[in-house]
Design a protein around this ligand. Sequence first.
Ligand code: GAP
Length: 516
Amino acid sequence: MQEELFKRLVSHCKEYGFIYPSSEVYDGLGGVYDYGPMGAELKNNIKEYWWKAMVQMHENIVGLDSAIFMHPKIWKASGHVDAFNDPLVDNKDSKKRYRADVLIEGEIDKMNDKAEKEVAKAAKRFGESFDEKLFRETNPRVLEYTQKAADTEKRLATAMKNNDMADLKSLIEDLEIADPDTGSRNWTDVRQFNLMFSTQLGNISGEEGKLYLRPETAQGIFVNFNNVQRTSRQRIPFGIAQIGKAFRNEIIARQFIFRMREFEQMEMQFFVRPGTEMEWYNYWKAARMAWHKAVGPADKLRFKDHDNLAHYANAAVDVQFEFPFGFKELEGIHSRTDFDLGAHQELSGKKMQYFDPELNESYVPYVVETSVGCDRMFLSVLSNALVEETVPDAQGEDAKRTVLRIPAPLAPVKCAVLPLLRNKEELVDKARAVFNELKYDFLCQYDDKDAIGRRYRRQDAIGTPYCVTIDFETLENNTVTIRERDSMEQVRVPISDVSRIVGEKTDLRRLLENLK
Ligand code: GAP
């Protein structure tokens, strides 16, 4: 069912101009996507929602737009040159590459699925009298599957933590994992694969001129710490926010825009006094969850603490969203200590410190980071919005509709202006006049092709929250109907009220006010 929804979502995105495969005329490029007219609008609105929630709503957060190319030493200091790796394994027969940990995680999922199937079967067999807890605790098959899954998970975590590539290979062999495409078990050894893309400066040859495409935007913030602090005169605690492209040479880019090779991050580094970082970590956990819940359902959002902390972190949690393929990471919140500023201070030889007037001392600030993928946010909004429903009292073609219930302030088009009939000049002229006024306030579409019902459906499919229809009564008394997307209810209002009504309902302020 969820797989069905996911397939529908991907084709809907293409059909209605949200997302296209990149370079499609050349058969596409793996893990890279282009955003179409509707996608570009939705993405911009998500970014605006994030930027306003962070920068506009916090006096002590300022913005930055740093370059994608940075001095290569930055990636040495940050640890990305040495440690930004995934374990790679090749299948010798199919020549396909896989992430060893992902193959093993797939096996763990299968074990857990088997246990769940046993539980579901028993629930069906025993009906009302079924004691699920007791069954889980005593059924030998369920116990065997869950124990095996837990043991494998533990062994995987240890191997990953210790960079033990040999044990990852043994795990693949012990679990008899086969190439998902061909069934072959003929694997190479597991080895580390660095995820950074590299390129070359034009005026320097060889290693000296080697540059990386940034794998996270955060480092641009760290190396600008002194500049921003000085020029914005911010005092600790304060934050620097940035939205920008990041690049990772993912071994397997999959699940549509969930894991891409070129993607966009919305990151904020919050600089705090050492020792206060856990307080701010908890503050940002709550603040970021509130941001997500203002546009997404609470039961599809949850926290997941990291089992293994990255080398730079002393606490880390993911905000997970229930995508059509399960609960997965949407955002990461990390307490990064003074690792990054400290490392840049050491390698560059330049002080990365803050003089705290209250303590009368200088220190390297600690950092709490919030980092959300813009594309993943886009996917979460759309997968939650896509609904196919039966329309009450409608018949034939009109009895079903596909609607994107995108929160109105994020919707690509806010309002459609529709003359009831296209061959009545007075209606068309009036509709054009209404459109030409409203376009100053928000993105509108004018549409006069096909019957009015089909035009409503087209707007439903791109998530337009309001449709304004110009009919014969409009010509008599300057009133129009406004149709609301989700309820399909129509109300008649004076033309002079349309901008205010639609504006109020689609203003980002409605979301930002929920964050208090
Ligand atoms: N600066 C910290 C950092 O980059 P991360 O957990 O690796 O942390 C943060 O990435 C967020 O960026 C993730 O939660 C996810 O939303 C997004 N992200 C990471 N890799 C991605 C990819 N390959 N494709 C799309 N989004 C990605």
